[in-house]
Design a protein around this ligand. Structure first.
Ligand code: ADP
Ligand code: ASP
Ligand code: MG
Length: 441
């Protein structure tokens, strides 16, 4: 017998039929003898619809405490409906809000971080042989206010619950058959990845592959939670995300490995770069600070001003100064939504630093090739840049890590860039990936 945490995303519970289908899947797992804790997202586009309502009643911008109160209602609806559907199939089930499930967070509304997870009521429910259902994406702060973990945060709830319960595996059920070599909505010929390391998954999630919430992957790595990403619409095998230090629960009492990932096969090449996939991010902007005095502390001031304004910076490039006056340019990318705040922060410094100009480019795209051993294989970069050149796509910035090469391009060209690089590395599968639902937003 194993302990499973199963998480179902919004597109998996978008209507009555879907909720009943999910209920059947949960019941089948329970009836096969496993203990099952479920985490659900809000139905379909409910979170977007609630956000829309909030902006309509409050055009100046909804207060964040009330917004969290509103948004958490989405997950409460789906958790209760799923509990009813499971009970209707004759299996006892009980739903819990984030607060009832012991999800304590800090008080940063809209982006709260988990501080303590003590799901004692969930554990007691499982002990009684019942199914426990937990509302994703939400918690409660020290002041007993309801908080949300940020968009896509139900994945993080699921992983945190799996860690706290010492579950054998955290299954992430979604609207595609697993993690692919690129977003199948952009590259229909993308291939499903059967196994991937948690580090590579982290790079994919950090650079735009929204199939998993970045914080969920970070949490899984930290606490050794094995993840299994699969479709709630099919029985295909999905993708196993391998952790270095699996939870002790992964060792079953009867010695079976029903819910553990397959081990590497002898066909895996030993030292070739192994491309895991391509992530893309369409939500970026770029700021270029022109004519920055080339002296110690200048970059620190520019970047410091932006981060003090609460904006996270991604890629930074400083040109080598070639002018007789010793001036250089600093460019960096940032989330497009933070553009106005960041530009204002840099402009405030313009006079003090004697900077010539601050240029802002919205609609910037980033493509990231992720895989083991990329930096030590220069041929990989050569092939990637060659594919972009052949497709007539200009590279604006480049950054690398041990397992990633990222380039900044014009946002309009990004999808073509992803397809070009994907084919250049022969990642295309013969059959098209199936997209079962959702909008990919
Ligand atoms: P859920 O509602 O189940 O949480 P999401 O919409 O958050 O689902 O994530 C699933 C979507 O992630 C897919 O429909 C797909 O468009 C997108 N996606 C982006 N990159 C990838 C990738 N590399 N592999 C699979 N899906 C991806
Ligand atoms: N319902 C929330 C969202 O749409 C959380 C989630 O689905 O993970 O972002
Ligand atoms: Mg999601």
């Amino acid at each position: 017998m194993a302990l499973l945490v199963q998480k179902f995303g919004g597109s998996s519970v978008s209507d009555v039929d879907s909720i009943r289908r999910v209920a059947q899947r949960v019941v089948a797992a329970r009836q096969s003898g496993d203990d099952v804790a479920v985490v659900v997202s809000a139905m379909g586009d409910t979170t977007d619809d609630l956000l829309d309502l909030a902006t309509q009643v409050s055009p100046k911008g909804p207060p964040e405490r009330e917004l969290d109160m509103l948004l958490t209602a989405g997950e409460r609806i789906s958790m209760a409906l799923l509990a009813m559907a499971i009970q209707d199939l004759g299996v006892p089930a009980r739903s819990f809000t984030g607060q009832q499930a012991g999800m304590r967070t800090d008080s940063s509304h809209g982006r709260a971080r988990l501080m303590d997870v003590t799901p004692s009521r969930v554990a007691a429910t499982l002990q009684r042989g019942e199914v426990a259902i937990v509302a994703g994406f939400q918690g409660v702060s020290e002041d007993e206010d309801v908080t949300t973990l940020g968009r896509g945060g139900s994945d993080t709830t699921a992983v945190a619950l799996a860690a706290a319960l010492n579950a054998d595996v955290c299954e992430i059920y979604t609207d595609v058959d697993g993690l692919y070599t690129a977003d199948p909505r952009i590259v229909p010929s993308a291939s499903r990845v059967t196994r991937i390391t948690i580090e590579e998954t982290l790079e994919m999630a950090a650079h735009g592959a929204k199939i998993l919430h970045l914080r969920a992957v970070e949490y899984a790595r930290r606490f050794g939670v094995p993840l299994h990403v699969r479709s709630s619409f099919s029985d295909k095998e999905g993708t196993w995300i391998l952790v270095d230090r699996p939870l002790t629960g992964a060792l079953h009492q009867d010695g079976t490995a029903r819910h553990t990932a397959p081990s590497p096969t002898s066909e895996d090449p030993m030292e070739d770069p192994l491309i895991s996939g391509i992530a893309h991010d369409k939500s970026l902007a770029k700021i270029t600070v022109v004519g920055v005095p080339d002296r110690p502390g200048a970059a620190a001031k520019v970047i410091g001003a932006v981060s003090t304004a609460g904006v996270s910076i991604d890629m930074i490039v400083q040109n080598v100064s070639t002018s007789p006056e010793g001036l250089s340019d600093i460019s960096f990318t940032l989330p497009e939504v933070d553009g106005t705040v960041a530009v204002a922060a840099v402009r405030e410094l313009q006079h003090e630093l004697g900077v010539a100009d601050v240029l802002y480019t919205s609609h910037v795209g980033k493509l990231s090739l992720v895989g083991a051993g990329l930096r030590s294989n220069p041929a990989v970069a050569q092939r990637m840049f060659g594919a972009l050149a052949e497709a007539g796509i200009n590279i604006e910035m480049i950054s690398t890590s041990e397992i990633r090469i990222s380039v900044i391009t014009d946002q309009e060209a990004l999808e073509a860039a992803v397809r070009a690089v994907h084919s250049a590395f022969r990642l295309d599968a013969e059959a098209e990936a199936v997209i079962y639902g959702g909008t990919g937003r």
